[in-house]
Design a protein around this ligand. Structure first.
Ligand code: FAD
Ligand code: FES
Length: 287
């Protein structure tokens, strides 16, 4: 079977294993190693709809295919948005794409954040580094229906001020009276006037009611583990704490077993899970 963009355009949409062709509309550098792409479908006016927390398999032609979460606004059907850190072969090749270049997209896949299920509750969003990317669609959706939620808090931690993503969004969000945004960095020099320390240090003083809060966490696995512990210490039930997991993926449809984590397939059962479903496995090394 041919996997050129032209051949795929003819067979697009026939199977979840068959990428559809999108074209790069825009690329924005977020930090030194992280960039956001806006993609448009090669032949449809709108992109596929998605739920916050879902991911796509992005195929850089001739290089490879990788899972990347959707980081755009679920209410905007015109562009498919992904934010990627260039760490290896495929992500670096993606960084070199130019406006108009083709990229294969399969998806969206997986279970997303419980955004609608959290209506009526306080919502605490805790992001570490690039973990803000999969959480941004959830925050967009919550803010679009702000009256349906209690207090909404975003706690965001990065290694340094230079690693902070979505600066324009953060500036806008900071001006809202109905959203508490607290940013911290692990280490800072020079002009940084904000918080210094890991993101877990923000939890004890964040303004939310633990008896009524749902927490959405995304970041490195160790950060998610310590964040969940802090939230539990404050009184948040572990069934109301959600994390988004990453594992190597191939099929993204529950067939190949590459993403198995304990009894779960991250691609199909996740990537978002209630913490109490994973806790036992997160405490075992090398699962
Ligand atoms: C459900 C899901 C959602 C994801 N969402 C995003 C997203 O929104 N944005 C994003 O940037 N990434 C995301 N990832 C991670 C992304 O899939 C990997 O970074 C990507 O597969 C790396 O491919 P590569 O070919 O560039 O790197 P490879 O050539 O495969 O790896 C090169 C080196 O980078 C290391 N590496 C691989 N992945 C990571 C990583 N995540 N962090 C640090 N080092 C790594 C490898 O261990 C290796 O040493 C997601 C993963 C999953 C499973
Ligand atoms: S990636 Fe194949 S089962 Fe999940």
């Amino acid at each position: 079977m041919s996997h050129t963009p032209e051949a795929l355009e003819k067979t697009a949409g026939l199977s979840p294993l068959m990428p559809e062709v999108y074209r790069l509309q825009r690329m924005r550098q977020e930090t030194l190693d992280t960039f956001t792409v806006e993609l448009a479908h090669a032949s449809h006016a709108t992109a596929a709809s998605f739920r916050p927390g879902q991911f796509n398999m992005l195929y850089v032609f001739g290089v490879g295919e990788i899972p990347i979460s959707i980081s755009g606004d679920p209410a905007n059907p015109n562009a498919l948005v992904h934010t990627t850190r260039a760490v290896g072969v495929v992500t670096r090749a993606m960084r070199l794409l130019k406006r108009g270049d083709s990229i294969g997209v399969r998806g969206p896949f997986g279970a997303g954040w419980p955004v609608e299920e959290s209506e009526g509750n306080d919502v605490v969003i805790v992001a570490g580094g690039i973990g803000l990317a999969p959480l941004r669609p959830a925050l967009y959706q919550i803010l679009a229906h702000r009256m349906k939620y209690g207090r909404v808090v975003l706690l965001y931690g990065t290694r340094s001020p230079d690693d902070i993503l979505f600066q324009r969004d953060l500036e806008r969000w900071r001006t809202r009276f109905d959203l508490e945004v607290i940013v911290t960095v692990d280490r800072a020099a020079g002009s940084w006037r904000g918080n210094v320390g890991v993101v877990t240090t923000l939890i004890s003083r964040a303004p939310f009611d633990p008896r009524n809060a749902v927490a959405l966490i995304c970041g490195p696995e160790i950060m998610m583990r310590f964040t969940a512990q802090e939230l539990r210490r404050r009184g948040v039930d572990s069934g109301r704490i959600y994390v988004s997991m990453e594992r190597n993926m191939k099929c993204a449809t529950g067939f190949c077993g590459h993403c198995q984590f304990g009894p779960q397939f991250i691609c199909k059962d996740g990537p978002v899970f209630p913490y109490n479903r994973l806790e036992k496995w997160l405490n075992i090394r090398e699962v």
